[in-house]
Design a protein around this ligand. Structure first.
Ligand code: PMP
Length: 444
């Protein structure tokens, strides 16, 4: 008998999705025994695949010891150890860690930290946030307010706070033919300079962006020099730089943090998805000592907090995930299999007249579908091509993460591919074969 009822009020419930009953490495098994290769780790979450015995054992051990103690009264061992691990791994001396339960909560905390920092140092006029047009930072009202995805914002106007949105860094669509990648990166970054000038530098608290854009655009790396340039612009105007690494961080791109590849460190960084790897809900904000000390020496504490922050079982899961990644050399596998995935995608889709771009880093890749490759014209959004691809892939036993992005009112369908870090060549082959068949069927 199916466990499905009509009581779940989630966006996808109306589609009556299959009921997942078992995890098996890179596969999920549904109630009918059908196996699905997890080609996207959910939304780039399940970096160790499903039912990893070491992670499950660590969670069980923690639950047997002490499942919960409020952080207002207690610390706990896995939280202290995970904070130490993150602090040691983070770039740019981001050695203070604030735990929350997911990505949106991490973004909320980071925005509030940035604003409180300026209050503590006597610059309360700095409260504005600048973000990018093509961005997603979460669905809670603060995170939604800074995100630039028009479709997600439409029903909730007016926003709780208004953010300014500058150009995305999206080289395939926005780069002019007469400019180099570097020139394009500089032009895109210089919009930040203009936006800060227009807002008034003394009113801007922070600029937030994803180093490699995830769900909204599909694994889009920054143009060369872009992150360095925005770092310089932020420094020049005393604006804090927040990197949202909720999706692209924690090893997904082949580096521990996506910004490591560009050698640019932010003042605050948010992480989530791959931190708990799907085993537990957890997120964190990594912050530099300057911000921490300003708050500590000012009012004494950050005016924020959540009931489940630093949850012992969530931190035990996060710690075990990091231990497995280290012990099994999985970042190396992300780089090796990421290169294999890129080659396989290029071989399968490189000559497809409806594939306009193949991009990404590590095991964070995407293809973008276009009606016309030369003009980059997108498919009619009413066709919902991304949804058709998702359905065709599921029928073939493959999970990918297709989206119909909204870019300044224009829609582009893309398919995000982000398999677990434990994939081998046979998984890559199966993934690309099934995706190819699903895309062919959707375009037919
Ligand atoms: N920031 C980014 C970059 C994300 O991709 C997401 C989730 N897709 C979030 C924030 C929000 O995370 P969560 O869904 O865990 O609240």
């Amino acid at each position: 008998m199916s466990a499905r009822t009509s009581h779940v009020f989630h966006r996808n419930a109306r589609l009556q999705p299959p009921i997942a009953v078992k995890g098996d490495g890179c596969y999920i098994v549904d109630a009918d025994g059908k196996r699905y290769l997890d080609g996207s780790g959910g939304a780039a979450v399940s970096c160790l695949g499903h039912s990893h015995p070491k992670v499950i054992e660590a969670i069980k051990r923690q639950l047997d010891a002490i499942p919960y103690g409020h952080t207002g009264a207690f610390s706990n061992e896995p939280m202290e150890k995970l904070a130490t691990h993150l602090a040691q791994a983070a770039p740019g001396g981001l050695d203070k860690v604030y735990f929350v339960s997911g990505g949106s909560e991490a973004v909320e905390a980071a925005l509030k930290m940035a604003r409180q920092f300026y209050i503590e140092i006597g610059q309360p006029s700095r409260h504005k946030i600048i973000a990018r047009r093509q961005s997603y930072h979460g669905n809670t009202l603060g995170a939604l307010a800074v995100g630039g995805n028009a479709a997600r914002r439409a029903q909730f106007q007016p926003m709780l706070m208004e953010a300014t949105h500058i150009a995305p860094c999206f080289s395939y669509r926005e780069k002019r033919v007469d400019e180099t990648e570097e020139e394009y990166g500089r032009r895109a970054a210089d919009e930040l300079e203009t936006a800060i000038q227009q807002a008034g530098p003394e009113t801007v608290a922070a600029f937030i962006c994803e180093p490699v854009v995830g769900a909204t655009a599909g694994a889009v790396p920054p143009a060369p020099g872009y992150l360095k340039r925005i770092r310089e612009i932020c420094d020049r105007h005393g604006v804090l730089l927040i990197f949202d690494e909720v999706m692209c961080g924690m090893g997904r791109t082949g580096h521990m943090f996506a910004c490591d590849e560009d050698g640019v460190a932010p003042d605050l960084m948010t992480v989530a998805k791959g931190l708990g790897a799907g085993y537990q809900p957890i997120g964190a904000v990594l912050v530099d000592t300057r911000i921490f000390e300003a708050i500590r020496d000012g009012s004494g504490f950050f005016q924020h907090g959540h009931t489940y922050m630093g949850h012992p079982a969530a931190c035990a899961a996060g710690l075990a995930v990091q231990e497995v990644i280290r012990d099994d050399n999985l970042l190396e596998n992300v780089n090796r299999q990421g290169a294999a995935l890129r080659r396989a995608l290029e071989a399968r889709f490189g000559n497809n007249a409806n594939v306009g771009d193949i991009r990404g880093r590590g095991l964070f890749m995407a293809i973008e579908l276009v009606a016309d490759r030369s003009t980059k014209e997108t498919f009619d959004p009413a066709r919902q091509l991304h949804a058709v691809i998702k359905r065709e892939a599921m029928e073939r036993g493959l999970i990918v993460y297709p989206m119909g992005g909204t870019i300044d009112g224009r829609h582009g369908d893309h398919v995000l591919v982000a398999p677990p870090f434990i994939v081998d060549q046979s998984h890559i082959t199966e993934l690309v074969e099934k995706l190819g068949d699903a895309v062919d069927a959707a375009l037919a």
